[in-house]
Design a protein around this ligand. Structure first.
Ligand SMILES: [Zn+2]
Length: 122
């Protein structure tokens, strides 16, 4: 179950942000999961609860955001939302497409206890 390993990395990331902002507590974190990431959010949430036990991230609520699969066609150069059931170009139906996004598991933002939302890139 790779969600446990992911949950550990996620906890570390959240704690890094907390340390950077000298936050004693983290109320929530927004996590983006791509359609192709193959991550089960429930398992990830469970793993996070375990991994964050006894840290500043304990009790932090995870908010999941879905990142749709986006593909770009190599024939007609169209870019759009891909269909997991029917892979191919959303415009011309061509099979030569590349994945633009949808594989990512990303920490989008973290709410620290002063109520301000801080981006990980801030
Ligand atoms: Zn196309």
């Amino acid at each position: 179950m790779h969600e446990l390993a992911l949950a550990r990395s996620l906890t570390e990331l959240v704690l890094e942000v907390a340390a950077k902002h000298d936050a004693q507590r983290i109320s929530a974190a927004v996590v983006e999961i791509g359609d192709l990431a193959g991550v089960d959010s429930q398992s990830l949430e469970f793993g996070f609860q375990v991994a964050s036990q006894g840290t500043r991230a304990q009790g932090c609520q995870l908010l999941f955001r879905r990142a749709p699969l986006r593909v770009a066609c190599e024939s007609c150069a169209a870019e759009g939302e891909g269909d997991l059931e029917r892979p191919g170009c959303p415009r011309c139906g061509g099979e030569r497409v590349r994945v633009v996004s949808g594989r990512q598991l990303r920490l989008v933002s973290v709410d620290v206890d002063d109520g301000a939302e801080e981006s990980e890139h801030a």
